[in-house]
Write a protein that binds this ligand. Structure first.
Ligand code: FMN
Length: 188
């Protein structure tokens, strides 16, 4: 198996991180890989916000958590009650990719950019986990206000489409969860 395929198969959602920062050199490589993702008509309608400030990450996480606790969606309240519930898993880096909603396919473009970023991280031994919870929080009025208060702002008119945390795994990579192979039709 070649290295690219091995990296794709090895990547797992990592939920236990060491506190060590992701250095600039690694972050640059990850973001470059993100920027090289395909995009509709090569519009590249994205912006990458990389948050490494520990205080800021902590404040964002606490706000997301309290939004879960107070949510009117029962399933979210239940998740938030679980022992050790965490949104960011103490990861030292979060990347949010925002995009121009007026572009042809901003959500797809940003999602592809995030997958590239995550795969590049995996190739460097850096774990990642998509954190949709952040997007759910941002979708609320309170969430938008908290982002603004904390100074996490996106280019004018852009909206965040993808968020993931990154860091050095504190444990060996988890086993792959079951992956269904019964989802392919080949028409020769
Ligand atoms: C759109 C999307 C949203 C996700 N949201 C979360 C999340 O909020 N929290 C989390 O821990 N994992 C989240 N995940 C990670 C999935 O749980 C994970 O990818 C899945 O269980 C498969 O595991 P693997 O990534 O190790 O292959 C999300 C993944 C995707 C693609």
């Amino acid at each position: 198996m070649n290295e690219t395929l091995a990296t794709i198969l090895r990547r797992r959602s990592v939920r236990v991180y060491r506190p060590d920062a992701v250095a600039q050199v690694e972050l640059d490589r990850m973001l470059e890989a993100g920027r090289y993702a395909p995009s509709a008509m090569n519009q590249q309608p994205w912006h990458f916000t990389a948050i490494r400030n520990p205080e800021l990450l902590l404040k964002l996480e606490e706000s997301c958590k309290s939004a879960f606790v107070e949510s009117n969606v029962e399933a979210l309240r239940e998740v938030a009650k679980q022992e050790g519930f965490s949104v960011f898993y103490q990861a030292p880096l979060m990347v949010i990719i925002s995009g121009d909603p007026g572009a042809i396919a901003a959500q797809y473009d940003c999602t592809l950019a995030m997958e590239n970023t995550m795969l590049a991280a995996a190739s460097l031994g850096i774990g990642s986990c998509w954190t949709h919870a952040v997007m759910m929080f941002y979708a609320t009025e309170k969430g938008k206000a908290v982002f603004r208060e904390l100074g996490v702002i996106f280019p004018e008119g852009y909206q965040p489409y993808a968020a993931a945390v990154f860091g050095w795994p504190a444990e060996p990579y988890p086993e792959a969860p079951p992956k269904n192979a019964d989802c392919v039709t080949i028409m020769d």
